[in-house]
Design a protein around this ligand. Structure first.
Ligand code: GAL
Length: 690
C-alpha cells in the first residue's frame, strides 16, 4: 500500500483539469442581462449631501466604471421622518440620476439605524445587554432583534420601500439591515428562548437529562427558570442560546423578506451583508431564507491573502454559489488601533482575488465620508472637497478591467474537489471551553486551509450538512460536536472512496454539547481503529517525527492509541511532558475505497503541508496550475463551456508564470496569446484559451 508518498507534478493532467469542468457545479448568484456581469460599486449616501452635488458624484463614479451603488442603508430618519409618514421622492431622484449614469442600485433596508422618534416613543424596541442594561438612542444597532414592535416598524418600512421601488428596473437587489451582530437579553428575548427550549425538548425533564443539570444543582422545574447568558453557563445552555439567536436572526430576516418579496421584481435578490468568520450566529441558518450571500471584506492586520481567500470561500459556501462583496476598503478603515493603508496595488489585487473566488460584485465602502459622523477618517474614493483621492485611480483601473473581462467571466464559478468543513456548533463549543486561550477555532480552520489551498488551488468551505458527493477530500479541522447522523454520513463518504481528515478536538461532544460516551473521535473511533487517550494544552512546542516528516506541535496535542491492527501510526511525539513522549500523534486507516486520518495536534505549517500533500496525491487531486512561484495565487472559474484563469501576484517582487498552453490575457497590454506571463508586484492576469 502506498501511503502518502510525495506528489509528482503532472502538467498534462493539470492542463486537462483546466479544460474539463468539474462535476461539482456552483451557480451564478445574479443574472441581469441588461447590466454588466461583473459589477463594481460603492456605498453612496445621497441623503448626507446636498442634492446639487449628486450629479458630480455620479459623473465621477461613471468615469471610474462604477456601475453599482448601495443606497438607503441607514436612511430611516430621512425615509420615515415621522411615524407612518414616508418620503421616497428624494430616493426616486437619486436612483433615476444613477440610472442616467448607467449605475444600478442595491437598496438597503434601514433597520440597523432606527430614528430617534421611534426609540423615544417605544423604548421597548431598544436592546438589552446581558446584564439587563437597556441601550439608549445613538450610534446604530441599538434595537432588540426580538421585539414585536420593532419587527412591525421594520416590516412596514421594508414593505413601503418594496411597494415603491420593487418595480424599479434599476434596482437589482435588497440588503436587509447591516451586519447583524448583537442579540438582546430583554424580557421578550428571554420568553422566546424559553418557548424555543420547550419546543425543542418537550418537557423540562428531558432538558434536565440532556443538559445534565444535576451538576451544580442546576435542575429546573420550569422552562421559565432558565437564564439567558452568552458565557460562563452550562455549555448545553450556551449552545442552545446560540442556536436560538441564529433562529431569531433568521426570523428577523423573514420578517423583512415577507414584506419585500410580494412587491419586488423577481430578479431582485434579497441578502444581508455579513462579517466573514463572525460567530454570533449560524450563517447557514440565516442564509436559508436569503437568495445570495454577501460579505464585507475588511483586512485586519497585514493582508494575508490565503486567509482572506478562505473567507471568500466561506462566503461562497453560505449559499454554495457565487456571492457579492458588499463592502470592502478603499485602502484603509478607521477602526483599528493603527489604520495603516494597504500597499499601493493591493486594492486592485484584492478586487481580483474576490472575483477569483466567485464574487460577482465588489463594492467599496464608501464613496465619500459624511460631512460629520463617527467615520470621518475612513478610506473613501473622493475627499470632502468632492474630488478624487489617490486610490480612485487604482479603483478606476479595476473598473476598466472588469469591463474588459466581464463577458468571459459571466456564468463561471470556482469548482473544487476538496472541502473544509466550517461548523458553528463546534466552533462555539470549543470557544466556550477553550482549555488553551490560544486555541482559536478560526485560526485552526485557516491553518488547515492554508496547505490545502496552496496545493489544490481551489477549496470549498462548507457546512457539515452540505452534500459531500463530488469531493475527493474533506477536512474537518475541529468538528468538536458530532451527531450519529453526521458520523454515519462521514463513514459512508470514506467507504465510497473519500479521504477524510479530522483535526484535533474532533468528535468529543454530542449535539447537546455533552461529552461523548466514547473517547474521541466518539462515534468515529471504531471506524478509525484508534482513539484519543488524553488531550493536553501545550505551553511549549512538542517535536514530532514519522513517515510524513518531522516538525512541531503547539497549542494542543492529543495522546493517541491504535485499537485496530490495520490502523497505522504515521507520526509520533518526541520528548516533551512525559505523557506524550513517544506516543502516536497522527493515525490513519484505509477503509473501503477511502481513508480516514486523525491528526491529534496543532501542527506547524511545514508538517501540515506534507501531510496535506500526501493526502491530495493519494486522493488524485492535482493543482490547477503546477509550479507557480510562491505568493502567486491561481484561481479558476469555469462554466457554460468557458474556463478563465485568474493569476494574482501577491508578492512585492515580480513573478514569472509558465502557462500550460497559449492563453490570452484579457486585461494585459498584449492582445495575442502568450505561453507565459510576467506579473509585476501585485500584478494580475485574467487568462482564457484562444
Ligand atoms: C462595516 C459597516 C459599514 C462601515 C464600515 C467601516 O462594518 O457595515 O457601515 O461602518 O464597516 O469599515
Amino acid at each position: 500500500m502506498r501511503l502518502f508518498c510525495r506528489r509528482a507534478v503532472n502538467a498534462f493532467i493539470a492542463l486537462l483539469l483546466i479544460l474539463v469542468v468539474s462535476p461539482r457545479i456552483h451557480s451564478q448568484a445574479t443574472n441581469y442581462p441588461d447590466k454588466p456581469p461583473l459589477l463594481l460599486g460603492a456605498a453612496w449616501y445621497p441623503e448626507q449631501w446636498p442634492e446639487s452635488r449628486w450629479d458630480q458624484d455620479l459623473t465621477l463614479m461613471e468615469a471610474a466604471h462604477i456601475n453599482l451603488v448601495r443606497v438607503a442603508e441607514f436612511a430611516w430618519s430621512t425615509m420615515e421622518p415621522s411615524e407612518g409618514h414616508y418620503e421616497f421622492d428624494w430616493l426616486d431622484r437619486a436612483i433615476a440620476l444613477a440610472a442616467k449614469h448607467h449605475i444600478c442600485v442595491v437598496l438597503g433596508t434601514p433597520t440597523a439605524a432606527p430614528p430617534a422618534w421611534l426609540t423615544t416613543k417605544y423604548p421597548e424596541t431598544l436592546r438589552w445587554d446581558e446584564n439587563g442594561r437597556r441601550d439608549e438612542h445613538g450610534n446604530r444597532q441599538q434595537f432588540s432583534f426580538t421585539d414585536p414592535k420593532y419587527r412591525q416598524f421594520a416590516h412596514n418600512i421594508a414593505e413601503q420601500m418594496a411597494i415603491h421601488f420593487g418595480p424599479n428596473p434599476n434596482v437589482v437587489g435588497w440588503q436587509l439591515d447591516n451586519e447583524y451582530a448583537n442579540p438582546s437579553f430583554d424580557p421578550t428575548a428571554k420568553e422566546q428562548f424559553h418557548r424555543w427550549l420547550e419546543k425543542k425538548y418537550g418537557t423540562v425533564a428531558e432538558l434536565n437529562r440532556r443538559w445534565a443539570t444535576a451538576y451544580w444543582s442546576q435542575t429546573y422545574d420550569q422552562f421559565d427558570e432558565i437564564p439567558t447568558r452568552e458565557d460562563g453557563e452550562n455549555p448545553a445552555l450556551l449552545l442552545d442560546w446560540k442556536r436560538f439567536v441564529s433562529d431569531t436572526w433568521k426570523n428577523y430576516s423573514e420578517n423583512q423578506v415577507s414584506a419585500i418579496r410580494p412587491h419586488a421584481d423577481p430578479r431582485q435578490f434579497i441578502t444581508t451583508n455579513t462579517m466573514g468568520w463572525f460567530d454570533g450566529f449560524n450563517e447557514y441558518t440565516v442564509h436559508s431564507v436569503l437568495d445570495i450571500a454577501a460579505w464585507d471584506n475588511y483586512i485586519t492586520g497585514n493582508y494575508d491573502y490565503v486567509a482572506n481567500g478562505a473567507t471568500h470561500d466561506l462566503a461562497r459556501g453560505f449559499k454554495n454559489k457565487n456571492y457579492w462583496v458588499m463592502e470592502t476598503e478603499p485602502a484603509f478603515v478607521n477602526w483599528h488601533k493603527v489604520n495603516s493603508p494597504l500597499l499601493r496595488g493591493q486594492v486592485r489585487d484584492m478586487a481580483w482575488q474576490a472575483v477569483g473566488h466567485g464574487a460577482e460584485a465588489v463594492e467599496y465602502w464608501q464613496w465619500r465620508s459624511a460631512p460629520n459622523g463617527q467615520e470621518e477618517y475612513h478610506g473613501t474614493l473622493v475627499g470632502a472637497d468632492g474630488t478624487p483621492v489617490p486610490v480612485y485611480d487604482e479603483i478606476r483601473q479595476v473598473g476598466e478591467e472588469f469591463t474588459k473581462a466581464g463577458s468571459a467571466i459571466a456564468g463561471t464559478s470556482p469548482h473544487s474537489e476538496v472541502a473544509l468543513v466550517n461548523d458553528y456548533d463546534s466552533r462555539w463549543a470549543i470557544s466556550f471551553q477553550r482549555h488553551s486561550a490560544n486555541f482559536d477555532p478560526v485560526g485552526e480552520m485557516v491553518a488547515f486551509y492554508r496547505p490545502l489551498r496552496e496545493q489544490s488551488q481551489s477549496v470549498d468551505i462548507i457546512s457539515i450538512n452540505a452534500p459531500f458527493d463530488g469531493y475527493k477530500v474533506i477536512e474537518l479541522p475541529g468538528l468538536n460536536v458530532i451527531s450519529q447522523k453526521t458520523a454515519d454520513r462521514l463513514m459512508e463518504f470514506v467507504r465510497n472512496g473519500g479521504h477524510l481528515l479530522l483535526g484535533p478536538r474532533s468528535a468529543m461532544k454530542d449535539e447537546f454539547n455533552a461529552l461523548q460516551p466514547e473517547r474521541q473521535p466518539g462515534p468515529l473511533a471504531a471506524f478509525l481503529g484508534g482513539r484519543v487517550d488524553q488531550f493536553y494544552a501545550l505551553d511549549a512546542d512538542v517535536p514530532l517525527s514519522g513517515d510524513l516528516g518531522s516538525g512541531t506541535a503547539s497549542i494542543w496535542a492529543e495522546q493517541l492509541s491504535t485499537q485496530s491492527p490495520d490502523t497505522t501510526v504515521v507520526e509520533r511525539y518526541g520528548k516533551s511532558n512525559g505523557w506524550l513522549d513517544g506516543q502516536p500523534a497522527v493515525l490513519t486507516r484505509k477503509v473501503g475505497k477511502g481513508r480516514i486520518t486523525y491528526v491529534g495536534a496543532w501542527l506547524d505549517t511545514a508538517l501540515l503541508n506534507d501531510i496535506t500533500g500526501g493526502l491530495l496525491e493519494e486522493a488524485g487531486v492535482q493543482p490547477i496550475l503546477p509550479g507557480v512561484p510562491k505568493g502567486v495565487e491561481v484561481c479558476r472559474r469555469s462554466g457554460q463551456g468557458k474556463s478563465v484563469l485568474i493569476l494574482i501576484n501577491h508578492n512585492t517582487d515580480s513573478a514569472h508564470v509558465s502557462l500550460p498552453e497559449p492563453m490570452r490575457d484579457l486585461i494585459g497590454a498584449q492582445s495575442t496569446a502568450v505561453n507565459a506571463v510576467d506579473l509585476p508586484p501585485f500584478g494580475v492576469a485574467v487568462l482564457t484559451r484562444e
